[in-house]
Design a protein around this ligand. Structure first.
Ligand SMILES: C[S@@+](CC[C@H](N)C(=O)[O-])C[C@H]1O[C@@H](n2cnc3c(N)ncnc32)[C@H](O)[C@@H]1O
Length: 240
């Protein structure tokens, strides 16, 4: 299995900062979803955890970058946001701008999220756990819902199919309810349909039903579907 190296995890992946509004649209989150124990993996510099916690959810965000000192991570959140917005602006034809409106607004939304993340990191450091897939430091069934945005399927240039399967099994292990993943295209916008089909078959064979569910969010053109893992049927039978 091709595992991410420390350099990959800390240096080469974009550390993005999405907001609750973005996660709500991406994952079609309902008020009920936002009441339980939620895992955000990778959390990156997203303000989802801070904002959802304010609404009453118990959120844990996990990401290898959370190992960095808070001051360094707050600064990284800002510089990475500028990097992401500059990239999106330079490649604007790859994207649909319905959600953000314009590259400038994309930048202001993301900078607000990065700032919110940085503030919460100082106020609630226990919410942010340094760890990396495919091995998470949580007991089985720790969460009611797991959300995974912009890591799996996004970086197939460096994360292979075995890594994806191990990561999905790990997210499913720590979650009693659904695990939702988005997008199913890579970071250049190429659909990952063959990988998705391969993983769905492997998961099915291990007792984990999956579904493709439409999402109203679309930034990369054509990325209008999330992958949903249902609870592992073998575990449901053992622990009804
Ligand atoms: C593009 S960001 C996505 C962050 C957040 N989900 C969002 O949508 O804003 C990708 C994140 O994956 C993290 N990452 C890289 N390797 C990882 C791994 N093996 N396990 C968990 N997170 C990882 C990176 O550190 C980076 O913060």
């Amino acid at each position: 299995m091709k595992h991410p190296t420390e350099t990959d995890a800390l240096g080469e992946f974009l550390v993005s900062a999405r907001s609750l509004a973005e996660y709500r649209a991406i994952f079609e989150l309902t008020p009920t979803d936002l009441r339980g124990r939620i895992l955000d993996c990778p959390g990156g510099a997203a303000s989802f955890a801070a904002e959802a916690a304010e609404l009453g959810a118990q959120v844990t965000a996990t990401d290898p970058v959370h190992a960095k000192p808070a001051a360094e991570l707050r600064e990284l959140a800002r510089t990475e946001t500028e990097r992401a917005s500059a990239y999106a602006g330079a490649h604007r034809d790859r994207y649909r701008w319905d959600f953000y409106g314009s590259p400038d607004r994309h930048q202001s939304i993301r900078l607000a999220a990065a700032t919110r993340f940085g503030d919460d990191l100082l106020a609630n450091p226990d919410r942010y756990v340094a760890a990396q897939l495919p091995a998470l430091p949580f007991p089985d069934n720790s969460f009611d819902l797991a959300l995974s945005s912009h890591l799996l399927f996004s970086y197939t240039d460096r994360l292979d199919a075995d890594f994806h399967l191990a990561a999905l099994l790990e997210l499913s292990r720590v979650t009693t309810g659904e695990t939702r993943l988005y997008p199913l295209v890579d970071h250049t916008g190429h659909p990952q349909d063959d990988l998705v089909a391969h993983l769905r078959k492997k998961l099915h064979d291990k007792g984990i039903p999956t579904a493709l569910r439409p999402t109203r969010y679309e930034f990369h053109r054509g990325a209008t579907t999330m992958l949903v893992l249902q609870p592992n049927q073998a575990r449901v039978r053992t622990h009804p």
